[in-house]
Ligand binder design. Structure first.
Ligand SMILES: Cc1ncc(COP(=O)(O)O)c(C=O)c1O
Length: 379
């Protein structure tokens, strides 16, 4: 059997990782400045993460959601404390798309409405409803198109108001990324978020904050939207939550009523996933990673901001989009093949996406800074 060929692959085969570095099968060392799409939050193979998972493997890896699982309770408590959302309730699943799928469904169960408003540039995942509110026609199959999903322009208050004026009473939820990642690090304005919140409240519409990429400390806040002081009804998370172990979460405001069977999953919240997520939270707290994210992000931006060919830098914490004056493919390839540094791209091909681990060290950021300067100077 062959693999279903949907991923364009770099010709690199990583076989070992530690902290912010990877090694391939030929023993070549790479600096990871992308974390496999924002997944590596506490660095590869963190000793605390490794030992929690290994210990758990020797105890129990999985039993279904029909029995008690104290690890889920521990995770919910720790997540509530660190995120400041202590009175929210947690539903555990396996990925970002699944978290959003459940959020959209829960909103609709809650208010009985059918329409969803989303924004240009959005990426919310590839499952049915999540992909319907994703602004990329290439990945939306005919079966996923429906007029119930309404697109509004990013940061455009006027259009938002017009849509709500006409259809507000039918809109079940608004889904928005805390910071748009795939689009190239697009940050919402404070006024835009406040207006969304105001309109949601007025029309009994649920506000869903997708923090799958911008969450878990990446922006320097636990969730990126928290910088703006707006209250979310539902927050979704995944990626950095398990540092590579698949896990997603839906954080649900206490006004939502749970009932048996309303949501469910076979694998979500299993023992191994929970210890992975608990270990991530422990490390984030013990190593003060929100602070490091702010500090290192600021340091990198200051060092690179005057480099040639950089038009604009959009950044919060260690979520950074470096917009060049051209397509960034050559720069990205040169960083990877000539300097052994992984970075990412975005749907806007001029944007280099930089998402290192939140515990990246200054000397590691310097490797990136020096390499980027060399590459840009030689264009
Ligand atoms: C903001 C956002 N939401 C949802 C998803 C989907 O997450 P997953 O790939 O875990 O389903 C992604 C993935 O890139 C994302 O960036």
């Amino acid at each position: 059997m062959n693999l279903f060929n949907v991923y364009p692959l770099f010709n690199i085969n990583p076989v070992k990782a530690q902290g912010s570095f990877l090694w391939d099968d030929k023993g070549e060392k790479y600096l990871d400045f992308y974390g496999g799409h924002a997944v590596i939050s506490i660095g590869h193979n963190h000793p605390h993460y490794q030992s929690r998972l290994k210990e758990q493997l020797d105890k129990i890896s999985f039993y279904s959601n029909s029995v008690q699982n104290e690890l889920q309770t521990e995770l919910a408590e720790k997540l509530g404390k660190l995120s400041g959302l202590e009175d929210y309730n947690l539903f555990l699943c396996n990925s970002g798309a699944e978290a959003n799928e459940n959020a959209l469904k829960l909103a609709s169960f809650h208010n009985g409405k059918k329409k969803v408003l989303y924004f240009s540039g959005s990426f919310h995942g590839r499952t049915s409803a999540a992909v319907s509110v994703t602004d990329n026609p290439k990945i939306v199959a005919p079966v996923n198109y429906d007029e119930r999903f309404i697109k509004s322009e990013w940061n455009d208050i006027e259009q938002l108001e017009k849509i709500f004026e006409k259809q507000g009473n039918e809109i079940s939820s608004v889904i928005i990324e805390g910071i748009q990642g795939v689009a190239g690090i697009m940050i919402p304005t404070a006024q835009f978020l406040s207006k969304i919140k105001e309109l949601c409240e007025k029309h009994n519409t649920v506000l869903i904050l997708d923090e799958v990429q911008s969450g878990y400390g990446r922006s320097g806040y636990f969730f990126a939207y928290q910088e703006f002081g707006v209250e979310a009804d539902i927050v979704t998370t995944a990626k950095g939550m398990g540092n590579g172990f698949p896990i997603g979460g839906v954080l649900i405001h206490p006004k939502f009523q749970a009932s048996n069977g309303l949501l469910g999953t076979t694998f979500g919240g299993n023992h191994l996933a929970c210890v992975a997520a608990i270990a991530v939270l422990d490390v984030m707290k013990d190593e003060n990673l929100l602070e490091n994210s702010k500090k290192m992000g600021e340091y990198i931006e200051n060092e690179i901001k005057d480099f040639p060919h950089i038009k604009n830098i959009r950044r919060k914490g260690l979520m950074m989009g470096i917009e060049l004056d051209r397509n960034c493919t050559e720069v990205r390839n040169s960083l990877l093949y000539n300097h052994h540094i992984f970075t990412g791209n975005a749907s806007d091909n001029r944007v280099l996406r930089v998402l290192p681990a939140l515990n990246i060290k200054k000397e590691e950021t310097d490797l990136f800074i020096v390499a980027l300067k060399t590459v840009l100077q030689n264009l």
